[in-house]
Design a protein. Structure first.
Length: 597
């Protein structure tokens, strides 16, 4: 028996040597270059694009089957800027033959050097990567395919799961990726792209190292990746993007849902460096008049929330310092969870301009239209620096405390405005309204009527307290006794703002208290205080003094008799009132659009 096994081993060794010698002779005598045109033709037939390759070809068969190719070029379709969509200086892959028979993959080398990828969209939105693949089969061929038994049309590899994977060297070196969108006039460039994977297997974590320069900003990522058919995880992740450092871990399982968990920590990041505002004054631009808006030519396609309803999510984001739209937020913390179509962000907290901000958000997408509930609590925030940084406008100063509890239904701006409901209160302490002197505005009736000299100074209304309580029901916002108070001046505001119609109906009632001394104002002032009516649209507010209401009432108002005698006949009243309206409007019109944004 031993003799038989001995002879079988000898015969096997001889056969192995014969195969090895034959393989060597084959490689020596085989001229692969003459098959280059056939290879190029085969690729062109399967991609529908021009393809060419260099003459430097190296082929190996045993024990490592492999190939090394050079100067690969896959062309662009007509009408695009670059000749090639993809080019590669050299590509090499070698894997072991015998382990494949037992569903084991052993790769010795996978190296791609200097890949150049150009992705482009033309002005009509057509992309150069569209349409890659073999040409459509004729109807007769398709019909024949359908008549084949399932065993012939099915995938031959559907039942061949990989038992193990081992890769010696995997690298992509010195890559270049350019993305151009002609319609949006944008261009993104990734240079010096290098990717290295080490310790590749299905059993142990894979070490991943990625480096590149994205639009001139260096990016590097180090992490460990592990996965199988049931789950994938990224751990010990460190990403450095320009001067931002990110620590992260991500885990995913049950891919049909999917079920995701993540923890992301960022030291500092300036969003404005990567997504700059096209117009810094866009936030302060007035809204369009609702009456002048044209109906949309085509209804917006509704969002399909089916994938979100399946999503299971448990994540945490912590950012030391965040700059966005000019505003700076510190110690931002966001906890986010999702399950059964309900997404919650609780809490969202941050340090904001010497104060504290905390919010809770609940998004329910179980129905066709999403329902959003939002609560906000802010304490001791310096409103002046915040608005100046975020809006590039000086609207109001003071220490802000805010409480809001709001709900909306829908995802479009129109639906949100139609369904906005809730209540809240804004309280500003020890500040000023910038851009308007309310006392001067209502007192300047006397100036315009020739009884006083107009003063030239920067407009502002100082206050000890400004309180703005409000309620909202289906887009109709009511101001309930909003008031401004200083030791010398009281202003009461009532009325409503219709978000749906974008219209205003407000009344401002000022009252003197002794003399006019406010925050930072020590001058003695006096004058006739006249109520102001603010109506019209958000874009074109109509502002006028309510002289009729003032003179027609029975209230004892200082200067009322003088005013009646002063304005004279009806014709004289109309002429002088027009002058008064313009003076008051000049002070208020720039403030209203900023406040209602």
């Amino acid at each position: 028996m031993k003799t038989i096994f001995k002879w079988l081993a000898i015969i096997g060794s001889i056969l192995f040597a014969i195969v090895a010698i034959a393989a060597v002779i084959f490689l020596i005598t085989f001229d692969v270059k003459k098959y280059t045109p056939e290879i190029e033709k085969l690729v062109m037939e399967n991609t529908g694009r021009q393809f060419s390759m260099g003459d430097d070809i190296d082929l190996s068969v045993f024990p490592w089957v492999g190939v090394r190719l050079s100067d690969l070029h896959l062309g662009n379709p007509a009408g695009f800027g670059q000749k090639d969509m993809v080019s590669v200086k050299s590509f090499e892959v070698r894997l072991k033959v015998l382990p494949l028979l037992s569903k084991k993959i052993e790769v010795k080398t996978f190296v791609m050097d200097q890949p150049r990828i150009y992705l482009e969209k033309d002005k009509n939105g057509k992309a150069n990567w569209e349409g890659i693949g073999p040409k459509e089969k004729s109807a007769a061929v398709k019909k024949t395919d359908k008549t084949r038994p399932p065993s012939q049309t099915g995938s031959a590899s559907a039942g061949l799961p990989v038992k193990s994977l081992a890769v010696g060297k995997f690298a992509i070196t010195d890559g270049l990726l350019i993305y151009v969108d002609q319609a949006a006039n944008t261009r993104k460039t990734v240079t010096d792209l290098n990717l290295t994977l080490a310790n590749i297997s299905l059993e142990n974590p894979v070490d991943v190292l990625f480096k590149a320069v994205v639009d001139g900003k260096p990016v590097s990522v180090k992490m460990q990746a592990k996965g199988d058919k049931q789950s994938v995880s990224l751990s010990d992740g460190v990403a450095v993007i320009d001067d931002t450092k990110v620590l992260f871990s991500v885990a995913a399982k049950e891919f049909d849902k999917p079920d995701l968990a993540f923890d992301i920590q960022v030291d500092k990041i300036d969003i404005d460096k990567y997504f700059p505002m096209s117009d810094k004054n866009a936030a302060s631009a007035p809204s369009r008049d609702a009456s002048s808006q044209k109906p949309e030519t085509a209804a917006k396609k509704k969002t399909d929330y089916t994938p979100v309803r399946k999503l299971v999510l448990d994540g945490k984001i912590a950012i030391g310092q965040l700059k966005a739209h000019g505003a700076i937020v510190e110690n931002l913390l966001v906890n986010i969870k999702a399950r059964n179509g309900i997404i919650t962000m609780d809490p969202v907290s941050a340090d904001l301009y010497s104060g504290k901000f905390e919010s809770k958000l609940k998004l329910d997408v179980r129905k066709n239209d999403p329902e959003t509930a939002l609560t906000v609590n802010a304490q001791n925030i310096q409103a002046g620096p915040l608005l100046k940084d975020a809006m590039q406008k000086e609207l109001i100063e003071g220490t802000l405390t805010a409480d809001m509890d709001m709900t909306v239904i829908g995802e479009t701006p129109d639906m949100i405005k139609n369904t906005l409901s809730g209540k809240g209160s804004l309280l500003f302490v020890d500040g000023a309204v910038i851009g308007i002197d309310l006392a001067s505005a209502v007192r300047n009736v006397k100036v315009n009527l020739g009884l006083a000299q107009k003063m030239d100074q920067k407009p502002r209304t100082d206050f000890a307290e400004l309180k703005v309580p409000f309620t909202s029901k289906n887009g109709l916002v009511n101001l309930n006794d909003a008031n401004l108070a200083s030791p010398l001046l009281r202003v009461l505001v009532n009325g409503e703002a219709n978000l749906v119609k974008e219209s205003l109906d407000l009344r401002v009632d000022p009252k003197f208290v002794a003399t006019l001394k406010g925050q930072g104002d020590t001058k003695e002032r006096s004058g006739l205080m006249v109520p102001i009516l603010i109506t019209g649209s958000f874009a074109k507010p109509k502002i006028r003094p309510d002289l009729k209401g003032m003179l027609g009432g029975d209230a004892a108002i200082p200067g009322k008799t003088d005013l009646k005698n002063m304005i004279g006949t009806k014709e004289e009243q109309e002429k002088k009132l027009e002058s008064v309206k313009e003076d008051v409007k000049e002070q208020i019109k720039g403030l209203i659009p900023g406040l209602i944004k």
